[in-house]
Each structure stands twice: as structure tokens, then as C-alpha cells.
Design a protein around this ligand. Structure first.
Ligand SMILES: *[C@@H]1O[C@H](CO)[C@@H](O)[C@H](O)[C@H]1NC(C)=O
Ligand SMILES: *[C@@H]1O[C@H](CO)[C@@H](O)[C@H](O)[C@H]1NC(C)=O
Ligand SMILES: *[C@@H]1O[C@H](CO)[C@@H](O)[C@H](O)[C@H]1NC(C)=O
Ligand SMILES: *[C@@H]1O[C@H](CO)[C@@H](O)[C@H](O)[C@H]1NC(C)=O
Ligand SMILES: *[C@@H]1O[C@H](CO)[C@@H](O)[C@H](O)[C@H]1NC(C)=O
Length: 496
């Protein structure tokens, strides 16, 4: 081989090497901080970036990663979908379409979605039933013949989501949240009616369980706790969508009351697994939390933000009864922001909350993805805080809401610490990358975290956590140096 031929050959090998690595160092760089062109791009907090994965979905609600890194999405009336996605370098992810999980159609699976701790059982819910199937992440597929009704008897009009959550600490627990029928549901006063409560069920039982009469009660008097999450130490938290159009003592208080709520339901070992546990009542439909206490007048005690007041008072039931006999929220949020999900970041331990946004208020509020900072098993903010939720992603221009704007619902994390969120009204999924410093500086959660809870996604699809955009990979440098050395030494690299 002549020297010039050898040089050309080396260049060719060099080029091929690059072609191979092009998969992960691709020319495809996604647009950062730009949404779909259908409405003004959402705003993002300093140091964070986002990319739009797709705007081609049909009303996406909850999303979860399985143990192999596949992304599953609920909400589409046609069933549960697996999204075909791949890392293309620079932290960018491509969407290649969606595949229906065969066997999930025709069941009206409108919201709830969960996987067992081992990732081998899938749960999804209609308004009436929480189903389970054997799930195989390698295909990925469900075994339709394994379908079981785990919990039944939940049908009612009004609020029809039946949020599901599996515990990372206990393999055989399925939490189910059932809300009210309409704004003020008087059935919620009666425990046996099985409304407005969160219960824990054993999902390994082969016979189906009735929501109202079976399972272990974690809390009741919860109007519509659409989001449930388990913190890094096993505490269960729920976000409550409180009432609309409230009139109290002939004063219309609905613009700024009642507060939406963050409620603590305790760790399962002290609730579901404790013999004789008496679950607290969080007040609905008797008591509500104040967001603007000035509107709550006359009051029978000095009501502050987050304190409970009575909707209807008489001689034997007053605001003080609400304070003394019912469980107040741990934190309050602006009236009508509509929190729909709460998930604890596996690296930082902070709560990510999606606020779907208001309709029962003149000036729209919510429509944001926010973070409530935790320290150990407690929020950092005091109970009466009015600014505990920090906006991460929101609509700078809210004019198009509710139909043409970012309306976050479901939240999931990948192993790189990125945050994936659906927006149902716009058919979107966004991927948010927190600043590297926010992930490394904050303390890791303590002990109880199950490593399976963060998905394998970026490990499987890219090898390395693609948090840093751009840059030359180490592999590229090593290959380059090796080829140059070979060239200088006149050495021959065997032909493949
Ligand atoms: C799945 O199983 C259910 C219940 O066994 C059955 O009614 C349904 O027809 C099956 N669907 C498919 C697609 O096989
Ligand atoms: C007072 O209000 C409570 C709570 O709404 C109610 O259960 C009770 O029956 C009322 N008592 C009277 C005497 O109206
Ligand atoms: C919150 O409560 C503390 C005492 O518990 C009080 O000092 C403070 O003024 C309250 N803040 C608000 C905004 O009500
Ligand atoms: C983790 O939790 C245990 C028990 O709750 C405690 O003893 C230990 O000090 C904690 N470790 C850290 C690093 O916080
Ligand atoms: C990740 O994926 C591999 C195979 O793709 C699997 O063996 C493993 O259990 C998964 N989970 C974790 C947490 O690594």
C-alpha cells in the first residue's frame, strides 16, 4: 500500500469511527426551551432547560418508565401506549411513534397507571375498576389472559380519575384514590359509601376487592386527591383539589378560597400495616382550608393560611370544630390551581407537583410544574406558607389557557435525573433537565429509596447520563489519538 493510499485508508477508518459514534453525537440537536408552535413556548426557571418530546399524543395523563426504560402513557381513550423513544446525543431524545399495549383497549383507562415494584405487573384504572396484568418489559407487552379486576365498585359521575400508586418499600401494596361525585358530595360524610378517600390494597389477592368495603383506609374527607406520591423515606403524600363556588355565611369566597392542599397520610408501616389504625378525616365536605383568611368572617378562632374553617356553622359545629376534630393540610396552595400529580425526585428528595390550572377564578392561576422543597421527610416551608411551590415551568403568556397552553399532568423521572411531564390539552410530553448542580449539591435521600424507582432509560439508551450538552466524547479523543499514533508509527491496523 502506498503512503497516500494508507493515509486515505486511515482517514476512511477515522471517518467510519465517527460515523459509528454519530448515533450518540448526532447532528440532530433538539430545540432547547422551545415548545410546539401551537402556542407561546412555556417559560423555564433559571438553570433548567426543556425540550419538547412530542405534541402528537391524545390527551396524555400519567407516564411511567418500566424497568427496561420503556415509557408508558395513559389517558388516550384507545388504551395504554408504549412510546418509541431514543437518545440522539446532546441530551436530546427523539420520538418515533407509539404502540398500543395490546389488551388495554376498550376499557376506558382514563388516568391511573402504575407498575409493581418488581416491574412485572401493570396496573391501570377506569372510573370503576383498577385492573392488573402480567407485564413483560422486554417485549414490551401484557399477557391479556392474566387480566384481573384488583379493585372494583368505584363508578360514579363527576370526578372519574382513580389514581394508582405502588409503594417502593412494599411489594404488595396498591394505593387507590377515589374522589367526589361533583363539587359537594354529601356521601363523603359516610365512611361506608367509600367516597373521597385513599385506600391501600393487597394486589396479590386473586379475588377482586370492593373499594368501599375492603382495603385499608389511609385517609378520608379528601374531595379529590388526584396526585399521590411516596417520599424518599416512605411517607405518603396527596395533593387535593378542593371545592369550587364556595359561599360561606352569605359571602362568596370562591375567588381565593378554599386552598388547594398538600396532605400527609403517614408512612404505610404506621397506617396500612398497623392493626386497628384509625385514619384521619381531612374535613370534606364540612371543613376547608383557608387561602385568603380575610374572607373567612366571622370566624370562631384566628384563622391563618391553611387553617380549616367550617362551610356551614351552627351551635355545635364551628370553625373551631374543624380545627380540633379534622386534619389540616401540611401545606396550602392558591385556590383552584388544581394539583394533579406529586412525585418525589429520587436524587433530591423534593416534591415535583403539576398544577393543571384554574377555571373557577377570574384571573387564571396554576398551569405550572413546580417544586416543593423537602428536608428529610418534611417540606422546608412552614404550614402557613403562601409561596412553598417554586415554579419550574409555566406559561409566561396565559392568554391561550386552558386549551392552548402548557397544562401539566403526569410526572416521571429518568436515571439521569431529568423530569418528564405530560400536558394533556396539547398532547405533549416535555423533558426537563435540572441544573447539574441542583442534582449533585442536594443530599441524596436516606436509605429507603429503591434503585428501581428511577428508570434505566438513559443508561440503556445512551450509556451515559446526557446532562451536559455538546462537548467531545472521551471515546472520540481516544480513537483519534490511537489513529494518529498508528499513522506516526507507520503501523498497520488490520483490515476488518
Ligand atoms: C383480553 O381479556 C379479556 C378478559 O379475559 C377479554 O374479554 C378480551 O376479549 C381480551 N382481549 C384481547 C384483545 O384478547
Ligand atoms: C350542625 O352542623 C353539623 C355539621 O354540618 C351537622 O352534622 C349537625 O347536624 C348540625 N346540627 C344542627 C343542630 O343543625
Ligand atoms: C405563620 O405562622 C407563624 C407562627 O406560627 C406566624 O408568626 C406568621 O406570621 C404566620 N405567617 C402568615 C403569612 O400568616
Ligand atoms: C438515615 O436514617 C437513619 C434512620 O432514620 C438515621 O439513623 C441516619 O442517621 C440517616 N442517615 C443520613 C445520612 O441521613
Ligand atoms: C435495567 O435494565 C436491565 C436490562 O436492560 C435489567 O437487567 C435491570 O434489572 C434494569 N434495572 C436497573 C435498576 O438497572
Amino acid at each position: 500500500m502506498s503512503n497516500i493510499k494508507f493515509l486515505l485508508w486511515v482517514l476512511m477508518v477515522f471517518n467510519q469511527t465517527f460515523a459509528v459514534s454519530r448515533d450518540s453525537d448526532a447532528p440532530t440537536v433538539c430545540k432547547i426551551n422551545q415548545g410546539s408552535l401551537n402556542y407561546p413556548s412555556p417559560s423555564i426557571a433559571d438553570g433548567y432547560t426543556y425540550q419538547l418530546l412530542t405534541d402528537q399524543l391524545n390527551r396524555p395523563r400519567n407516564l411511567i418508565f418500566d424497568t427496561d426504560g420503556n415509557l408508558l402513557v395513559s389517558g388516550d381513550p384507545d388504551g395504554i401506549f408504549v412510546l418509541r423513544i431514543r437518545e440522539v446525543g446532546h441530551g436530546c431524545v427523539m420520538y418515533d411513534g407509539k404502540t398500543l399495549l395490546e389488551g388495554t383497549s376498550g376499557l376506558n383507562l382514563n388516568h391511573g397507571l402504575a407498575l409493581s415494584r418488581d416491574g412485572r405487573t401493570l396496573f391501570a384504572s377506569s372510573a370503576n375498576i383498577a385492573y392488573s396484568w402480567k407485564y413483560d418489559p422486554t417485549t414490551p407487552s401484557i399477557d391479556n389472559s392474566s387480566r384481573r379486576n384488583v379493585v372494583t365498585g368505584m363508578d360514579s359521575d363527576g370526578h372519574t380519575t382513580r389514581t394508582l400508586l405502588t409503594s417502593k418499600l412494599y411489594s404488595d401494596v396498591l394505593l387507590v384514590s377515589r374522589g367526589s361525585n361533583g363539587n359537594l358530595d354529601m356521601d363523603a360524610k359516610h365512611l361506608p359509601k367509600g367516597k373521597c378517600m385513599i385506600k391501600a390494597f393487597s394486589h396479590s389477592k386473586t379475588e377482586e376487592q370492593d373499594f368501599a368495603t375492603q382495603g385499608n383506609l389511609l385517609g378520608w374527607g379528601l374531595r379529590n386527591s388526584v396526585g399521590i406520591g411516596e417520599d424518599s423515606r416512605g411517607g405518603i403524600w396527596a395533593v387535593e383539589n378542593s371545592a369550587d363556588n364556595l359561599i360561606r355565611e352569605r359571602i362568596n369566597i370562591h375567588q381565593n378560597n378554599p386552598a388547594e392542599e398538600l396532605n400527609f397520610l403517614g408512612p404505610l408501616k404506621e397506617t396500612a400495616f398497623r392493626e386497628g389504625y384509625v385514619a384521619p378525616n381531612y374535613g370534606y365536605p364540612y371543613c376547608f382550608a383557608a387561602w385568603n383568611p380575610k374572607d373567612i368572617t366571622p370566624a370562631t378562632y384566628a384563622i391563618g393560611v391553611g387553617d380549616q374553617f367550617a362551610l356551614v356553622m351552627n351551635n355545635s359545629f364551628t370553625d373551631s370544630t374543624c380545627r380540633d376534630k379534622f386534619q389540616a393540610p401540611r401545606l396550602s396552595f392558591q385556590a383552584h390551581v388544581a394539583p394533579l400529580d406529586i412525585k418525589f425526585h429520587p436524587q433530591t428528595g423534593h416534591a415535583w407537583i403539576s398544577f393543571h390550572g384554574s377555571w373557577n377564578r377570574d384571573a387564571p392561576v396554576g398551569y405550572s410544574l413546580s417544586v416543593v422543597e423537602f428536608q428529610g421527610s418534611e417540606p422546608k416551608a412552614p404550614k402557613n406558607s403562601t409561596n412553598s411551590a417554586m415554579n419550574i415551568m409555566w406559561n409566561g403568556n396565559i392568554a391561550g389557557c386552558p386549551s392552548k397552553c402548557f397544562r401539566p399532568v403526569g410526572i416521571a423521572f429518568d436515571s439521569a435525573g431529568r423530569v418528564w411531564v405530560t400536558s394533556d390539552s396539547t398532547g405533549e410530553i416535555y423533558i426537563i433537565t435540572p441544573p447539574q448542580s441542583s442534582l449533585s449539591e442536594l443530599p441524596l435521600s436516606n436509605g429507603t429509596r429503591d434503585t428501581n424507582s428511577a428508570s434505566n432509560f438513559s443508561r440503556r439508551h445512551s450509556g451515559a447520563a446526557p446532562l451536559i450538552h455538546g462537548g467531545v466524547s472521551l471515546t472520540k479523543i481516544i480513537v483519534g489519538v490511537a489513529v494518529i499514533c498508528a499513522l506516526l508509527l507507520g503501523g498497520r491496523v488490520p483490515m476488518l
